[in-house]
Ligand binder design. Structure first.
Ligand code: ZN
Length: 149
């Protein structure tokens, strides 16, 4: 069963959470509970009893988790950015081709990924200019065919 982290609200009321240090917060306010992903109310009540005060007032927190993610919408809009970031992450953390790379190749790739995200003032975008002649040509080609009786 997965482990969830809860903040006991009764234990938390004994401390000023704005100034509490991390060690005290973890040992005196937080507790772990194991329950299924979609627990019933009774299962949740029995699984989430505070081990210190036996209370059941709680709030689920994500303290200590290293959560990094892309929001679906933003990820779709910035697919290239997401891929670039993932390539950069894989290069630094777990490079599957690390043993086959030549010296300096990783730094070269990192620079390449860094540049991919930057605007290049020299890049030019061309939009074709549509003239009246072009419009006439298209209209003439799409004329309905006259049926010959
Ligand atoms: Zn408690």
């Amino acid at each position: 069963m997965p482990v969830y982290v809860y903040e006991c609200l009764d234990c938390a009321s004994k401390f000023d959470l704005d100034v509490i240090d991390t060690e005290t917060y973890e040992s005196e306010v937080l507790y772990e509970a194991k329950h299924s992903i979609n627990p019933t109310d009774s299962e949740l009540e029995s699984a989430c009893v505070c081990p210190r005060c036996k209370g059941n007032k709680r709030k689920q927190v994500y303290h200590g988790y290293n959560i990094a993610g892309y929001v679906k919408g933003d990820g779709f809009l910035d697919v290239r950015g997401a891929k670039r970031d993932m390539h950069q992450y894989n290069l630094t953390v777990n490079d599957p081709y690390g043993q086959y790379r030549a010296a300096g190749e990783v730094d070269d790739l990192k620079n390449k990924f860094k540049k991919m995200g930057q605007h290049n003032p020299n890049s030019k975008h061309f939009v074709p200019k549509i003239t009246e002649q072009d419009v006439k040509k298209v209209v003439d080609n799409n004329k309905p065919i006259n049926k010959v009786d």
